[in-house]
Design a binder for this molecule. Structure first.
Ligand code: SF4
Length: 326
């Protein structure tokens, strides 16, 4: 079924096993910096997308396979996870299955709904976003569904703080000149004071954004803003000029892992993405397709079709493992 991704090594959450709670890309926002690409289903309507029992079945199998070596089960995915109307049921069922803490990443847009906050009661950690505290900047950065008011989001976050007993790590993603200027920070300071999270995490545009030309805030500006927001603020994302170099070594290690995996058995694209711990979102899948294409072009892999399915196989392995290839 493939609603799980990872575990991925997260700077903030350690070994995080992700649960994709909504189909790609169902969200109430269309953030200019989103690394999943543009929102294709912009909505505030909560819906049942998957039978919670199937999610739990898949989780049970994956945790058994991983021997419980997971630091967080993270409800996130290809859009806004709180749009899943079965959120509360999924959380309760995970709590009945394991003691591994649950984290939820949210854009905060549904937190003004008391029912959504109630469904989050049993969670251990909530990482809500708030990128701007005034309506014009909020609209510029997050391109929300019409009618969403940032004051209501802030009120929802304040209520969450009052009612929720777990940790809240507020995430603020800063884009150069768009929401990192003094007037933006002044408004954010007031909101942060009212929300009183355990931590404030400052992030910036590290991966290719949905809208071209959006630039990351400089490390100096991030450090200045962290100092203005007080001792709870930490910088978690930094754009690094050597990122392209890191990208090269990342894809080198990814290539190595793919070859190791495909030496043992041919796999489909979905199986490779899952074993490599890749997020199932479209943008990440496209990245993987590019890497696989390059590997086929350079004769490291070959493509074979078996029973209507396309498989990738390491070129060095013997021919004919797929007897029924067409
Ligand atoms: S960054 Fe998150 S909230 Fe913003 S559009 Fe992407 S999935 Fe939605």
């Amino acid at each position: 079924m493939g609603v799980l991704f990872g575990p991925v090594l997260s700077r903030r959450l350690g070994r995080s096993l992700g649960v994709d709670m909504v189909p790609y890309k169902t969200c109430s926002f269309d953030c200019i910096y989103c690394e999943l690409g543009r929102t294709t289903c912009k909505t505030m309507q909560r819906k049942s997308f998957l039978d919670p029992a199937l999610i739990i079945e898949e989780l049970k199998e994956r945790l058994a396979y991983l021997g419980g070596q997971v630091d967080y089960i993270t409800l996130a995915g290809s859009g806004e996870p709180t749009l899943n109307a079965d959120l509360g049921d999924v959380v309760s069922k995970i709590k009945g299955l394991t003691t591994i803490p649950i984290a939820v990443l949210t854009n905060s847009s549904l937190l003004s709904d008391p029912e959504v906050r109630r469904e989050l009661h049993e969670v251990d950690l909530i990482v809500p976003s708030l990128d701007a505290a005034e309506q014009d900047t909020f609209e510029q950065v997050n391109l929300p569904l019409e009618g969403i008011r940032v004051e209501e989001i802030i009120e929802g976050l304040v209520s969450l703080r009052r009612e929720f007993r777990g940790q809240i790590w507020l995430e603020i993603l800063l884009c150069q000149m768009i929401n990192d200027q003094p007037r933006h920070v002044q408004h954010l300071q007031k909101a942060v004071e009212a929300i009183s999270p355990e931590q404030i995490q400052l992030n910036t545009v590290v991966r290719p954004p949905a809208v071209q030309g959006i630039m990351p805030s400089s490390p100096e500006r991030l450090a200045e803003i962290a100092a203005l927001l007080g001792s709870k603020a930490v910088v978690v994302g930094q754009h690094c000029p050597a990122a392209s170099q890191q990208g090269i070594s990342y894809s080198r290690s990814l290539r190595k892992r793919i070859i190791e995996m495909l030496k043992r058995r041919p796999c489909t694209l979905a199986e490779i993405a899952q074993s490599a711990g890749m997020h199932p979102g479209e943008a990440h899948r496209l990245e993987l397709v590019k890497v696989l294409d390059e590997m086929v072009q350079s004769h490291l892999l070959k493509v074979r079709v078996h029973d209507g399915q396309t498989y990738y196989q390491a070129q060095s392995e013997g021919e004919g493992d797929l007897a029924d290839q067409k």
